[in-house]
Design a protein around this ligand. Structure first.
Ligand code: BGC
Length: 761
């Protein structure tokens, strides 16, 4: 069917695609050629996610070329923590590894958009140099519930932080002349039955929380593409949603790029094209035929098809494949490993520190927990990366000059050899394993007691890995396991009885319950899944070579039951099939909407997501608030100033001379003994009289440069007036409540900080 297109003769009179002749090309393409451009070539060579052999081996998908008009195929590849392609190819010993960068959640934990931009620049360079055109990242869904299996790919529970980090990432990647695909638009907040689940949500929650992050990224960074999600939104499939794509995304936000479906997402090809979902990925003959048939029977207009083809071609002419870029297949992985390291260094969050840290490298360190010897660089699924290596903590500490207690070191080295083998036997060579087998935790009692006599301190790492296609299990993933608690208890008893401190390192893709066990630890750090250089990063933070400056991008509640979305989020059932994104595959596009949290999910918490809920309705239910993170030094904040500004964002003086927003400055001084960076988080408390408003909402933030002991700087933050507006359901528009607003510069969503009030008339 498609072969004739590829084989069609190139006539001398046929124009070839240029940046400036897209309308002419569209007018000359046949219907079959248009359908071939819009429907990806997945079915031709797609033998499982991430294994498209049409373009670059192991990429995710590609478009069809139309050689008679000089239209090349362009290649898409995942994903948020690094480029995902196959590291090996037949017929060559050369490898094609990509840098495994920190996961999205960790990038957000840096609260440093400039740094995230540099990660994007490095990742985008690998995209370019490996012959890929569009990176299927960043992941921008909101952390609605801690059990969502893909939270590690996503940034935050807060749309401002998520949107700003995404915009920086997109600009960095695209500075290489390659594209991004901001995903999954929108409300893909659970994996269970993700292809069929209907997210039922108010317009206000959508506008203020779930769409807002995308709006920021689109307006600030103009991603080349955006990926629609698998789920339904209030009864309409995201990729078939005219309102979402035509009215909001393109109409209101001015999105200029192309929209691509998630792989195999949606059902009605004609409805997708009509809605402005330009590229149907990964594509199949059935989709291609459906598109042609719909035009022929009049259910899809040629105008709609042409609008999509135009946008597809506008994307193609920007791509390296169109430019004929001669990629090297040899990006500078060493330089990028350094970028990975720098980003991870700033994303580590120090949650608790009763004088245990910094510690070492002098003295003897007892290293416990199987994860210390098998670090988790990133999550599973399409967000995984084929990275060349992973530095675990054993290696990281050794490279950082630590001396490990030899009894435990010898025990773990032997034990882990067997465990690694066992895990390999279970997982095989399949890189697409959601619940990757992990070494079994042990608590070698006598060795721990001996180590407590010889060593100066203990470090224990607990790890969690999960990913696309499945949500997390409350008992096995969110809670620590009995054998992990046993290890912690024994270590804590043995070391505390010797007056020595115990530090827990959490190498996790999403939060775990902490309240029940954290008293056993003197210090806790979260290093997330820090990418390939993880062990080096953690060793530097433990020793104090790096002063932690990460802040939580989500709340850690006291218990799962306290989460506002817990009553309306699926719980894992043991009898579920392995990949339960397909859990309720109903006939065709038929929906019966019968099973709560599976067929549909009520977003009953509305705008009260994360700290918006806890801070307003349940302050006591928080273990660690959003925005929280300690440092080894201390900072003083003073001289907070709030000054109105009167210009529009484009620099023109507002016509009516009204205030356009506020500029807030705070002076930050390092009053401790170590150099460090601080984060000023600017929350706003609205009057909340004529409108229902959360106690606080993040409206701006700023990270300081590295301040030496005694050094000061002034950070500047901008709060546009429009960012204070709320969606008024009755009026169907944004409304700004009049009255007194409190601007609070604080170190977390629950901290006091400095405050000033302004009155909006
Ligand atoms: C995922 C996307 C990914 C795509 C291509 C889908 O299953 O949801 O995030 O980009 O596969 O691998």
């Amino acid at each position: 069917m498609l072969t004739f297109i590829l084989a069609a003769a190139v006539s001398a009179a046929t124009p070839v695609l240029r940046e400036d002749n897209i309308p002419e090309i569209v007018s000359l393409l046949t219907l079959e050629e248009k359908a071939a451009i819009l429907v990806g070539c997945g079915s031709k060579a797609f033998d499982g996610i991430g294994r498209n052999d049409v373009g670059v081996k192991g990429s995710a998908g590609a478009t069809h070329a139309v050689p008679r008009m000089g239209i090349p195929s362009i290649v898409f590849a995942d994903g948020p923590a690094g480029l995902r392609i196959d590291p090996n190819r037949p017929g060559t010993d050369k490898t094609f590894y990509c840098t495994g960068f920190p996961i999205g959640t960790m990038l957000a934990s840096t609260w440093n958009p400039d740094l995230v931009r540099s990660v994007g620049e490095a990742m985008g360079n690998e995209v370019l140099e490996y012959g890929v055109d569009v990176l299927l990242a960043p992941g921008l869904n909101i952390h609605r519930n801690p059990l969502c299996g893909r939270n590690f790919e996503y940034y935050s529970e807060d749309p401002l932080l998520a949107g700003e980090i995404a915009a920086a990432f997109v600009s960095g990647v695209q500075s290489n002349g390659v594209g991004t695909s901001v995903k999954h638009f929108a409300l893909n907040n659970q994996e269970l039955n993700r292809l069929h689940n209907d997210a039922r949500v108010s317009m206000r929650a959508m506008r203020e929380i779930y769409l807002r992050a995308f709006e920021i990224a689109v307006r600030k960074a103009q991603p080349w593409t955006l990926m629609t999600s698998y789920n339904y939104i209030n009864g309409v499939h995201a990729s078939e949603n005219y309102w979402l794509l035509a009215e909001i995304l393109r109409g209101e936000w001015g999105f200029k790029g192309a929209v691509v479906t998630d792989w195999g997402g949606g059902y009605d090809t004609a409805a997708q094209i009509h809605a402005g979902n330009d590229l149907i990925q990964s594509g199949s003959d059935a989709r291609y035929n459906a598109l042609i048939q719909a035009v022929k029977d009049g259910s899809l207009s040629m105008d709609d098809v042409d609008a999509c083809v135009t946008r597809a071609l506008e994307l193609i002419v920007k791509c390296p494949s169109f430019r004929g870029y001669k990629y090297s297949d040899t990006p500078d992985l060493q330089a990028h490993a350094q970028v990975c390291r720098t980003a991870a260094d700033e994303g580590v969050v120090l949650l608790k520190n009763n004088g245990a840290l910094p510690a070492g490298p002098d003295g003897v360190t007892a290293l416990l927990g199987v994860t210390s010897y098998a670090f988790i660089a990133g999550g599973t699924g399409s967000g995984d990366v084929h990275r060349p290596y992973v530095v675990d903590l054993q290696q990281g500490l050794a490279d950082g000059g630590f001396t490990l207690e030899d009894g435990l070191d010898a025990f773990y080295s032997a034990y882990m050899q067997d465990e690694r083998w066992r895990c390999k036997m279970i997982d095989g060579n399949n890189s697409w394993v959601i619940d990757r087998e992990r070494p079994i935790e042990v608590a070698p009692d006598s060795l721990i007691r001996q180590a407590a006599l010889k060593a100066d301190r203990a470090f224990i790492t607990f790890g969690r890995v999960f990913g696309e296609g499945k949500d997390r299990d409350l008992h096995y993933s969110y809670m620590l396991q009995d054998n992990e608690l046993e290890l912690l208890r024994r270590t804590s008893e043995a070391f505390h009885s010797q007056g020595k401190k115990v530090t827990v390192i959490l190498n996790i893709g999403g939060v775990v319950e902490m309240s029940s066990w954290q008293d056993l630890a003197d210090a806790v750090i979260v290093c997330w899944q820090p990418g390939e250089e993880g062990g080096h990063t953690v060793a530097s933070v433990l020793s104090g070579e790096v002063n932690p400056s990460g802040r939580l991008p989500m709340t850690i509640s006291r218990s799962y039951g306290d989460e506002p979305s817990a009553p309306n989020f699926p719980r894992i059932f043991e009898d579920k099939p392995f990949n339960y994104s397909f859990y309720r595959r109903l006939e065709g596009n038929k929906k019966d909407y019968t099973v709560k949290d599976i067929d549909y999910t009520d977003y009953a918490e509305d705008i009260y997501v994360g700290y918006r809920y806890f801070g307003t309705k349940a302050p006591g239910a928080v273990a660690y608030p959003f925005g929280y993170g300690l440092s080894y030094t201390s900072f003083r904040w003073e001289k907070m100033k709030v000054v109105p500004y009167y210009t529009e964002s484009d620099g023109a003086i507002a016509a009516d001379g009204k205030i356009a927003g506020y500029i807030v400055t705070v002076e930050v001084s390092n009053t401790g003994k170590l150099a460090g960076k601080d984060v000023v988080e600017l929350y706003v408390k609205a009057p909340g009289k004529s409108m229902d408003k959360p106690a606080r909402e993040l409206k701006a933030f700023a990270k300081t440069p590295l301040l030496q002991a005694g050094e000061s700087c002034t950070v500047t933050m901008t709060v546009p007036l429009e960012s204070l507006a709320s969606w008024d359901e009755q009026a169907g528009g944004w409304a700004l409540e009049r009255g007194r607003y409190r601007l609070i510069a604080a170190r977390s969503a629950a901290a006091r900080g400095l405050a000033k009030s302004v009155r909006i008339r």
